[in-house]
Design a protein around this ligand. Structure first.
Ligand code: ZN
Length: 535
């Protein structure tokens, strides 16, 4: 059996079917390794562990009923600290039935000082701090028109570097101009509601994005405020795996701030690897959210393709009427100043400000078995599409298994089974790869890598390189004859660069016995826990 084009991220993910197969329920890592270490692997096991890349996720078989197309978004009014920290709030927000929840009153009852995130604070304290600015054309939120007024899904924006001070000037000016203009207009027209702003269609606007608040020396106070939240909403908590990887993943396990004027748009997307998202509106204006349950993502992906825009890497703004016609429910809601939006795993969303405001956002997860399953499925999908997964899921899986005591609040029996099945597949895959490389007489060098160091990615295709990576046997040199930093590749990309075996070294970062031991300990743990449950 010859295997081609394999990398560490490559494994099938049909977990529910796998659980039905008792063949792997208690397989030891030694058995997995011996199954893999064979020219003709044991057929049933190999069929179970074999990978088949799905190029596209299956479409859901249903269309929502007309009456279900515009569900109302739940708003939880938190009245006390006890309510804020309650299990009830956690259970509600993480319930799969609730793709998005607005939590109101949280910052007041927890005594959070949100003034640290205002434009005034930023201008006073860190005026030169970088801010990315996106130029967009203001539009009504229901659709997206091109310059000739035709409906389209693809949106365009140009990106430039700026500072918070420069953007702040624009933000304030834009507010004053619009307010004065609309006040004058109201005097003449005697129409329009006080405090509501009408979008000036096709006017060029600027959206200040990705203000990085990750530097603890500058933004330590901000992190302290965020850490007043319940543990599952915090940026840092030992029960939140994403915060425990040991290095910053910008915008995911670090804070990012957005500075907006009326009409600023965040195009449609799911969070990277379908993680949950937390977003607080700092005010003073409102922001409008459009959310679709995760099971509809594949239909929207198809609609993107029909509209010639890439679902993962492109910028798109759905047409509400088209979604309605396709039977896709949309939760449309307004996030007022102080409101915290909790986006459950995999919720498709697009956002437009209906006023002038700042928002601060980050990700949490995976917090339960379903989140983990969604993350692994997306990891797989990203791999097939050549889109980078920002979280190294293989590394994170071993981290969660190793530190399962820390994650005991989230690791249910099902969650552990998912981890185990995922690790068994990766272990099997690694052994198959090493078996092949040895047979082909590659030079394999063991170079141990320790936990909590940033992962290696393939230089060409951005996939995570877990345990096995290809490096050039002779490094490249710059014009001055200095060796360039070592580039790392997956097998497929290494062979696209050069097919000569002698030009490559295969680095192995863990022994498979060590990796297997973590699985065995996890398996022992699930058996013990299961017996306790049965008692
Ligand atoms: Zn690659």
């Amino acid at each position: 059996m010859v295997e081609n084009n394999i990398a560490a991220g490559d494994f099938k993910v049909a977990f529910p079917e796998l659980i039905q197969r008792h063949v792997l329920e208690h397989a030891s890592s030694a058995e997995i390794l011996s199954f893999a270490n064979d020219d003709e692997p044991y057929p049933e096991i190999s069929a179970t562990l074999e990978c088949k890349l799905r190029s596209i996720a299956p479409l859901p078989k249903f269309k929502a009923e007309k009456s279900e197309l515009f569900p109302t978004t739940p708003v939880i009014n938190v009245q006390s600290r006890a309510e804020a920290l309650s299990q009830k709030l956690y259970d509600f927000c993480l319930n799969k039935q609730n793709p998005v929840t607005i939590i109101r009153g949280l910052s007041q009852v927890l005594g959070m000082n949100l003034s640290l995130f205002t434009t005034k604070w930023l201008v006073d304290q860190v005026p030169k701090h970088p801010c990315e600015v996106r130029k967009q054309f203001a539009q009504a939120p229901e659709f997206n028109l091109d310059e000739w007024g035709r409906n389209q899904w693809e949106t365009h924006s140009t990106k430039q570097r700026s500072t918070v001070q420069t953007y702040a000037k624009y933000q304030v000016q834009s507010f004053v101009e619009t307010r004065d203009f609309q006040l004058r207009k109201r005097k003449f027209d005697d129409a329009g509601l006080e405090g509501e702003y009408v979008i000036g269609m096709n006017k060029q606007i600027k959206f200040g994005t990705n203000v990085d608040l990750s530097e603890p020396k500058l933004f330590g106070d901000h992190l302290d405020e965020i850490n007043k939240l319940p543990w599952w909403l915090r940026l840092n908590d030992r029960r939140n795996p994403l915060s425990q990887v040991g290095y910053p993943i910008l915008g995911m396990n670090t804070l990012q701030l957005y500075m907006k004027v009326l009409g600023s748009r965040t195009p449609g997307h799911q969070e990277n690897l379908n993680m949950c998202a937390v977003n607080i509106n700092i005010g003073p204006g409102d922001t409008e959210w459009f959310c679709t349950p995760p099971e509809y993502w594949a239909v929207i992906q198809k609609m993107c393709r029909d509209n010639n825009v890439n679902y993962l890497s492109g910028s798109w703004w759905p047409n509400l009427k088209e979604l309605e016609d396709a039977g896709i429910p949309v939760l449309r809601c307004t996030q007022k100043p102080g409101d915290l939006i909790f986006l459950n795993a995999g919720t498709v969303h697009w956002v437009q400000s209906t006023g002038w405001c700042n928002n601060v956002a980050w990700n949490v997860g995976p917090l339960n078995a379903d989140h983990f399953k969604q993350a692994i499925e997306r990891y797989q999908f990203n791999f097939g599409e050549g889109y980078q997964s920002l979280i190294p899921m293989a590394q994170l899986t071993w981290l969660m298994a190793r530190e399962r005591e820390n994650f005991s609040a989230i690791l249910s029996h099902d969650f552990k089974i998912f981890l185990k099945l995922c690790m068994q597949r990766i272990l099997w895959r690694l052994q198959r790869q090493l078996y092949k490389y040895k047979k082909l007489e590659y030079r394999i060098v063991y170079q141990p890598e320790f936990d909590k160091t940033p992962p290696n990615y393939c230089e060409k295709c951005d996939c995570e390189l877990f345990c096995i990576l290809f490096v050039k046997a002779v490094p490249d040199f710059d014009d001055n004859g200095k060796p360039l930093p070592l580039e790392t590749f997956c097998e497929k990309c290494a062979h696209n660069v050069c097919t000569v075996r002698q030009n490559w070294i295969v680095l192995q970062q863990h022994t498979l016995e060590d990796l297997g031991q973590v699985i065995d300990e996890l398996v022992a743990d699930t058996i013990v826990k299961k017996e306790n449950v049965d008692d």
